[in-house]
Structure formats: structure tokens, C-alpha cells
Design a protein around this ligand. Structure first.
Ligand code: SF4
Length: 117
């Protein structure tokens, strides 16, 4: 089976063609660099995504956050729901952990900027 996908590794957005056997990429073409090959291989076998969103402070001020590392793609909405259920006390510093283990993925969620109120 052949799959087509756009690499999300950088703004060039290379168009990748991936030959797939089962859940394994056996060849990748169209990539300009190794990141594209790795992206295609992971996308076929175990896709992941970084999650960026906001968490509210106790006073309702939004704090920008992201997962510290990528999470399985099929868990993204669980992670967003876990973050949206959370409230944090201000001030929050950039890099502070606002959720230790987002939706039992083992991945913490961290603030991406300092918010004092
Ligand atoms: S293959 Fe490399 S150059 Fe092309 S979009 Fe991906 S990261 Fe960018």
C-alpha cells in the first residue's frame, strides 16, 4: 500500500510517498532530510503529536501550555480534556509543570510563558 503525507517537520512541507507493509514503512521518498523519513516511519507505525493549548488559572486567566513531549495521536483529545479540567494558581513561570501526567500518558504538561495575573 502507498500512503501520501505532508511532512510537518518544518515549513517546507515536503510531500512524502510512503510504501507501507502492515504497520511498517518500507520506503520513503520525497523527503529533503532525515527528519521527513523519521516522521513518515513514525506516522505509519505509532503516530504522535505535541499538544498545545491553554489552562485556566483560578481567576480565569488563560496560561499557554504544551505537552513536554509528543503523545500518541489517539490520546490528543484525552490530553486536551485533562488540561481543560485543570485550574492553576498564579503566578506560573515558563516551564512550570501544570499537570504531571496528562491523561495517564506519562507526559507532563508545561507552561510556555510566564503569567503573573
Ligand atoms: S523532510 Fe525535512 S525539509 Fe522536508 S518538510 Fe520534513 S523536515 Fe522539512
Amino acid at each position: 500500500m502507498t500512503r501520501s503525507m505532508i511532512c510537518i517537520g518544518c515549513p517546507m512541507g515536503c510531500e512524502l510517498t510512503v510504501e507501507v507493509e502492515g504497520s511498517r514503512a518500507v520506503s520513503v521518498t520525497g523527503n529533503t532530510c532525515g527528519i521527513g523519513k523519521k516522521y513518515a516511519e513514525t506516522e505509519v507505525s505509532a503516530p504522535t503529536r505535541m499538544v498545545t493549548t491553554t489552562v485556566l488559572s483560578d481567576g480565569g486567566v488563560p496560561v499557554p501550555v504544551k505537552t513536554k513531549t509528543a503523545v500518541p495521536k489517539d490520546r490528543v483529545f484525552d490530553v486536551v480534556r485533562a488540561v481543560k479540567a485543570r485550574r492553576v494558581a498564579l503566578p506560573v513561570g515558563m516551564g512550570d509543570v501544570v499537570l504531571d501526567d496528562a491523561a495517564a500518558t506519562g507526559v507532563p504538561v508545561i507552561a510556555t510563558m510566564a503569567v503573573t495575573g
